[in-house]
Each structure stands twice: as C-alpha cells, then as structure tokens.
Design a protein around this ligand. Sequence first.
Ligand code: 5GP
Ligand code: ZN
Length: 116
Amino acid sequence: MYHEDCIFCQIAQRKIPSEIIYEDDKLVAFKDIRPLAPVHLLVIPKSHLGSLNDVTPEHESLIGHLLGVIRRLAQEFGVAETGYRVVTNTGADGGQVVGHLHFHLLGGQALEARIG
Ligand code: 5GP
Ligand code: ZN
C-alpha cells in the first residue's frame, strides 16, 4: 500500500531522491539523511506499515527477510565484526518521527551503552 503523504513511501517509489543502497520486491534500504554514526542505514518495507504496532502474523516472513537483509548490510558495510545496533522507534514515547515502519542500522563507532 502506498501513502501519498508518507515520505518513506515516496522514497521507496523513488519519487523523492535518497541514497538507496539495496532494493528488492519487498524492501528498500537507504542512507539516513542525518547520520548519527558512520554507518546509519534505514531499512523499510515498500508497502506502508505505520509502525511495529501494525505488524501482524502475516508479516512474519517480511520481518524475517528484513532482518536477514540488515545482517547482510552489516557485513557489506563492514560493521558485522565490530558490532552494530538495530533500532525501531515506535510511537511518540519511542521517538518515532516518520510514520512508516523503519529499522535503523547503526555502527562504525562505539555506540553509547544506554538504550533508553
Ligand atoms: P525516527 O525518529 O522516526 O525513528 O527516525 C526517522 C529517521 O529518518 C531520522 O533518523 C531521519 O534523519 C531520517 N529521515 C527523515 N527524513 C528523511 C529523508 O527525507 N531522507 C532520508 N534519507 N532520511 C530521512
Ligand atoms: Zn509509507
């Protein structure tokens, strides 16, 4: 499903430019526009889901595939051995700003130990 007013739907459809580094029929991965670490990628489903709250059992294979892509990107971007963090901010208290499900992949430096 495509949401016309959703910035990540527009990125997935290449209607607005971004540095896309991976794409298949289900997912797109691109560089975060304001990187918080040397490696800061965003991985999203092409089909619009608002957040993790919208993920149902029928999305299990999609989410499994998405995590597999993140693992491969971590290798490709050279952080698999040094370590990295995968984050999905959900809702206001979770710090979610963009309302299209996305997973941050952060690495390339020692990240702060705190997660909250
Ligand atoms: P959130 O806080 O919703 O988890 O994170 C949204 C992320 O999307 C932020 O890290 C922000 O820098 C990134 N972002 C927002 N708008 C754009 C955009 O137009 N292009 C790209 N590449 N990243 C974006
Ligand atoms: Zn969307």
